[in-house]
Design a protein around this ligand. Structure first.
Ligand code: ADP
Ligand code: MG
Length: 569
């Protein structure tokens, strides 16, 4: 039997999904990611690279990298790589070949057929070119389906008695609004609108400008003038943007940037969510025109829409979601990861066509974030809310004290910033950690959730490979109302949580500065003038006193004073 596979061949990211035991799931690629960047590059030696590796080299050799090829599908556009011309189909085939290989590695079977998605507005030539690309990659296309249809299938909307669905898709470089009508079990496209030059990249670019201006003010150097540095800033900005979707603030750090006088510098800057929302408000405004247009074309009012489905990674931005809610006066569907929902829907369609699915397809997600308590009582998220299960993720932690041979792990779920405000799921201990100075041990904490929602958490000290863990069964999972309650509370306390996290982080920085100073004094024992030694000790005392009094502004000021002094000496 041939397995049902669905592929979302996106402008910026592509996704492959399969049906396994009657459930749709995303297949991780060889790099362990759910999303594969739709990027192709060629090395100086003539080797083809696809996905994250290709994206990485784009900063060093943009002339040998191809991005966003989907924009040219169905045209006679050609790209030149290492002296050879390629059609858009050929470039897309490189991406599809990698997706095929990764699916085969995961399933252990050869992959022959797939359902592939395209935007609803794609014309015949563009659809034909997509088929050709698949053929070149050795994939037989069982059906080409529209992306908004796939998203609706992932939510099982074809099985509900509903009439009209609006799919709102904001991806990396494009924005599409589609209105679908369900009749006789088939989705008909009633209206499409959008902007093919508006997407997450524009939000990234705003952050790039903001940070570049900040550095210009700070060090008097415009880093936009150096293409490699600019690309590094672009990557850091995209990361900061993603963080701002679930945190009130983000920091970027660019180590070793060359400055005017030839001295390398570490550039650091931060931004909070409200500033980010301010500098991108006109971009949100631009989303309204096509939305109104699609509504007008369909001759429907907001009240007549039965469902609004959010698609595309950029709809993770809270301000974008709010805009949708304000516009349509209803809560949009976003339970399935918006950047995976089209791929999942393609797999569902493949499953139906290949007779693998008869009942309802289940797409399960983690209702709340899972993580552990870390230094200062902070909550470290390891698996974010709404990840499709089964899933796994890990993070490396280190010892907070010198010679710490035992580490306690407290597992929690919830959306609050401080561990104490979240729901405790269990605790365990890792013993026999080798005796090491603070910050030197490497302990990997791994979370795994299986198809039944059973959570396994393990911790492993990477050098000695000592390992232990805990299993938390599904009985701890909450009802839908309880989950909603948790999320409402997190939203209500967002401001207060943010300042508490800020305070905890200030204390952690102060603590580590004191330790750094102690180490410094130890190392320089006998080499420092007694005056310098005395100055450092006084600074340390001042900082410790501030810590005991708990005034964040004073702690921060004195941490900085101590840091400056250590740097000078
Ligand atoms: P495509 O345009 O290929 O369909 P996606 O739907 O995967 O791609 O969207 C990619 C965009 O989503 C990128 O601009 C990426 O930065 C953005 N994105 C992904 N995660 C987040 C997030 N947490 N917050 C904000 N933007 C995000
Ligand atoms: Mg997409």
């Amino acid at each position: 039997m041939t397995r049902a596979v669905g592929i979302d061949l996106g402008t910026t990211y592509s996704v492959a999904a399969i049906i396994e035991n009657g459930r749709a799931r995303v297949v991780k690629n060889a790099e362990g990611e759910n999303l594969t960047p739709s990027v192709v590059a060629v090395t100086a030696q003539g080797h083809m690279l696809v996905g994250s590796v290709a994206k990485c080299q784009s900063s060093v050799s943009p002339e040998r990298t191809v991005m966003s090829i989907k924009r040219h599908m169905g045209t006679d556009h050609r790209v030149s790589l290492n002296g050879r011309d390629y059609s858009p189909q050929e470039i897309s085939a490189f991406i599809l070949r990698k997706m095929k290989r990764d699916v085969e590695t995961y399933t252990g079977e050869s992959m022959k057929k797939a359902v592939i998605t395209v935007p609803a507005y794609f014309n015949d030539a563009q659809r034909q070119a997509t088929k050709e690309a698949a053929l070149m990659a050795g994939i037989e296309v069982v059906r080409i389906i529209n992306e908004p249809t796939a998203a609706s299938l992932a939510y099982g909307l074809d099985r509900e008695h509903i009439q009209t669905i609006l799919v709102w898709d904001l991806g990396g470089g494009t924005f599409d609004v589609s209105i679908l009508e369900l009749g006789d079990g088939v989705f008909h496209v009633k209206a499409v609108s959008g902007n093919t030059r508006l997407g997450g990249d524009d939000w990234d670019e705003r952050l790039v400008e903001y940070f570049a201006d900040t550095f210009l003010d700070k060090i008097g150097l415009d880093i936009r003038s150096d293409p490699v540095t600019l690309q590094r800033l672009r990557e850091a900005s995209e990361k900061a943007k993603r963080e701002l979707s679930y945190k009130p603030g983000a920091r970027i750090s660019l180590p070793f940037i060359k400055t005017g006088n030839g001295m390398p510098k570490n550039l650091e800057a931060s931004i909070d969510r409200s500033t980010f929302e301010d500098i991108t408000s006109d971009l949100r405004e631009k989303l309204l025109g096509p939305t109104r247009q699609a509504m007008a074309d369909s001759k429907l009012t907001a009240e007549e829409l039965d469902r609004v489905v959010l698609v595309g990674g950029s709809t993770r931005m809270p301000s974008v979601r709010d805009l949708v809610e304000e516009t349509f006066h209803k809560k949009p569907f976003i339970r399935i990861n918006p950047d995976e929902v089209v791929g999942i829907g393609a797999a569902v369609q493949a499953g139906v066509l290949m007779g693998e699915i008869d009942g309802v397809v289940l797409v399960d997600v983690t209702p709340l974030s899972l993580g552990i308590e870390t230094e200062g009582g902070l909550f470290a998220r390891i698996i974010s809310r709404n990840a499709t299960i089964p899933t796994s993720a890990s993070q490396i932690f280190t010892n907070a004290e010198d010679d710490q041979t035992v580490m306690d792990f407290h597992i929690l779920q919830g959306e609050r910033e401080m561990a104490i405000d979240n729901i405790s799921l269990g605790q365990f201990q890792l013993t026999d950690i080798p005796s090491l100075p603070r910050g030197k041990a490497h302990v990997e904490v791994m979370f795994q959730i299986d198809v039944n929602g059973i959570v396994k958490v393990s911790a492993e000290e990477l050098y000695t490979e000592t390992k232990t863990g805990i299993r938390i069964d599904a009985s701890h999972l909450l009802s839908e109302e309880e989950v909603e309650q948790v999320i409402r509370e997190a939203e209500a306390h967002a401001e207060e949580d943010r300042s508490r996290r800020g305070e905890a982080e200030i204390n952690i920085r102060a603590d580590s500065m004191i330790r750094a100073a102690e180490l410094f004094l130890e190392e320089k024992e006998g080499k420092l003038s007694s005056a310098s030694k005395h100055r450092i000790e006084q600074c340390m005392l001042d900082l410790k006193e501030a810590l005991s009094q708990g005034e964040s502004a004073v702690i921060e000021e004195r941490t900085e004073a101590l840091r400056k002094m250590l740097e000078e000496l």
